[in-house]
Design a protein. Structure first.
Length: 263
């Protein structure tokens, strides 16, 4: 049985070739890894991508989809709808079981919440049965997840934490950054299959330098138009822009120029 992540129908209601689960996991992992590379956590992003839909790699889950829709319910990858069989929590359990609490717990937060949002850990925080701790405790094993998916998750082990965190707030922010990488990657890869026309619009963006040139030309038109300098709103714009330029010079002087910024 071929394991499926998503399928869709054409305009005539005919089923198109399905979106292979393992291909979806690999593509999402590649995207999430690239996003997380921006803050030195590419392997953490890769692990999140490989784990996020691992729960779909269970024969019982695949069979459920076919029985429910006749072939596949194209919205069954969404969490929180009545009658849906959960999958995200199984990926969360798998990654924590394989990589332990120090690594696995971080990723399990992202995986468990990649459709419904990040969860509190315990019921003591007011989450009750929605708490990640409670949901993990109610589960059975995850041995029935496809072995190739299990091995892919096992092989994507980050070596260590990327840096030392000063307090819990730092860790919380870091998890949210990883979570954002995963959610964006999952959405984009799913969209590339479900809506190719829309996905094609996400290409060919202007570079930062091109955008800067457009901004400067627009600003010149705004400030050099007849009587433009006499308008109160344009005097305010001028002061704001000058202040922004001065602050950018300060950032450069401190060695903190944001990546991608130009003179």
């Amino acid at each position: 049985m071929k394991y499926i992540a998503h399928v869709r129908q054409d305009e005539n209601g005919n089923w198109l070739p399905p979106h292979c689960l393992e291909e979806h996991l690999m593509s999402t992992a590649a995207l999430a890894s690239g996003f997380a590379l921006k803050f030195g956590c590419e392997m953490w992003g890769k692990l999140a991508g490989l784990s996020h839909d691992a729960g779909k790699g269970r024969a019982v889950w695949q069979q459920y989809l076919r029985q429910k829709s006749g072939y596949f319910d194209e919205e069954a990858h969404l969490e929180g709808k009545p009658g849906k069989m959960a999958h995200a929590i199984y990926g969360a359990r798998l990654v924590e079981e394989i990589h332990g609490k120090q690594i696995g717990r971080v990723i399990s937060y992202c995986v468990a919440g990649h459709h419904g949002g990040l969860q509190d850990w315990s019921g003591a925080e007011g989450a009750g049965r929605a708490a990640l701790e409670y949901q993990l405790a109610q589960m059975g094993g995850v041995e029935d997840i496809l072995s190739s998916i299990r091995e892919a998750v096992r092989s994507a082990r980050p070596e260590a934490l990327p840096w030392s965190f000063s307090d819990g707030l730092d860790v919380s922010l870091w998890i949210r950054m990883l979570f954002s990488c995963l959610v964006d990657a999952d959405f984009l890869d799913t969209e590339s299959y479900m809506d190719q026309e829309r996905a094609s619009l996400r290409q060919g963006y202007c570079s930062i330098l091109e955008l800067l040139g457009r901004l400067n030309r627009y600003y010149d038109q705004l400030t050099n138009a007849p009587k433009a300098k006499d308008l109160p709103i344009n005097r305010i714009r001028q002061r704001i822009r000058e202040r922004c330029v001065e602050m950018a010079k300060d950032f450069k002087a401190w060695g903190r120029t944001p990546q991608g910024c130009v003179d």
